[in-house]
Design a protein around this ligand. Structure first.
Ligand SMILES: CC(C)(COP(=O)(O)OP(=O)(O)OC[C@H]1O[C@@H](n2cnc3c(N)ncnc32)[C@H](O)[C@@H]1OP(=O)(O)O)[C@@H](O)C(=O)NCCC(=O)NCCS
Length: 183
């Protein structure tokens, strides 16, 4: 398998059954899950993990565990996923972090590494992040990741119509960025 991203502070790896506790701490937290229309119950957390594991097999990538290089603690999830947006197959960088670890730059560090991994390893001309139109912290991560809002879509999820902005960065825009790109 292609090596997964590492950064100065973080190591990304595939999620597995032993992560269920750390995953539950993220996905069952009401404040964290506002943009997802509320916290997940145990069944929804298990389904979420199974979906990532299926993605690893079918696509070769998915939302990964974000762990601290120093301790190995799982502090969030981040990674590329394959999504169909307006009939088009896109690679989307997603991110959800445990609230204890917000506001320290970990999400943007993982999102940059996931974006770079996508451009290095996949034959894509664009990478996007799909953000609910009320989710300002997530928009900030997308903007800091060099992305620009390029279209509006409505996603139907958990019984609710959710307007989203699709932030995108093209391969050309990515190549022109001055920050160091990780292999
Ligand atoms: C989206 C989410 C991951 C963003 O988390 P975040 O903590 O705001 O983002 P970062 O980890 O990149 O931290 C950025 C902040 O850390 C600060 N920071 C501190 N040290 C830093 C460093 N070394 N490098 C970069 N930024 C740093 C930045 O100034 C920034 O400050 P701000 O919070 O005032 O904007 C988080 O809100 C979340 O998990 N939300 C719930 C799930 C969700 O909605 N996901 C998105 C679905 S589309």
């Amino acid at each position: 398998m292609r090596a997964l991203p590492e950064t100065d502070r973080l190591v990304l790896r595939e999620l597995g059954p032993s992560d269920l506790g750390a995953l539950t701490a993220i996905l069952s937290d009401a404040e964290t899950m506002v943009a997802y229309e509320g916290p997940f119950d145990r069944t929804e957390v298990a389904t979420w993990l199974a979906r990532q594991e299926r993605r690893y097999v079918e696509d070769g990538f998915g939302l990964w565990a974000v762990t601290l290089r120093e301790t190995g603690e799982l502090i969030g999830q981040c990674g590329p996923t394959r999504q169909v947006i307006e009939g088009e197959s896109m690679v989307e960088v997603g991110y959800l972090f445990n609230r204890r670890w917000w506001h320290q730059g970990f999400a943007i560090e993982a999102a940059r590494a996931s974006r770079d991994w996508g451009f290095h390893n996949l034959p894509v001309d664009r990478v996007c992040s799909k953000v609910r139109d009320t989710n300002l912290p997530s928009m900030n991560v997308a903007i800091r990741n060099g992305m620009t809002p390029r279209r509006r879509i409505v996603t139907h999820y958990r019984g609710v119509d959710m307007p989203h902005l699709v932030f995108e960065i093209t391969r050309d825009e990515w190549m022109l960025r001055s920050e160091p790109r990780r292999p």
